[in-house]
Design a binder for this molecule. Structure first.
Ligand code: FES
Length: 96
């Protein structure tokens, strides 16, 4: 179990939640009542994009497929991404 802190685009805390390793981020965030815009849920549209503020090395960007286009170092599509097991708190920032 890894902890993910979700912030809004202003850097304000939305929620800090436990995330299971091996399952995609988006559906797990939704199960914690965190709303992330989404459309294709397949790494094609970037609607679910978040910025990785801290601990990008613990984020698996292609857990369930490859992004349709190259991502920046700090960008992640939450619909296809997962996390590694870590004691660090991964910080993601939404685009809204
Ligand atoms: S919902 Fe389209 S890329 Fe994630």
């Amino acid at each position: 179990m890894t902890t993910v802190r979700i912030e809004n685009s202003e850097g304000e805390l939305i929620k800090e939640v436990p995330i299971d390793v091996g399952r995609v981020l988006l559906s797990q965030l939704e199960s914690h009542d965190i709303e992330i815009p989404n459309a294709c849920r397949a790494g094609m549209c970037a609607a679910c994009m978040c910025n990785i503020v801290q601990w990008s090395e613990h984020v698996i960007k292609n857990l369930r497929g490859e992004p349709a286009f190259p991502l920046g170092e700090d960008e992640v599509m939450t619909c296809i991404a997962g996390v590694k097991e870590t004691d660090e708190t991964i910080v993601l920032r939404t685009m809204y």
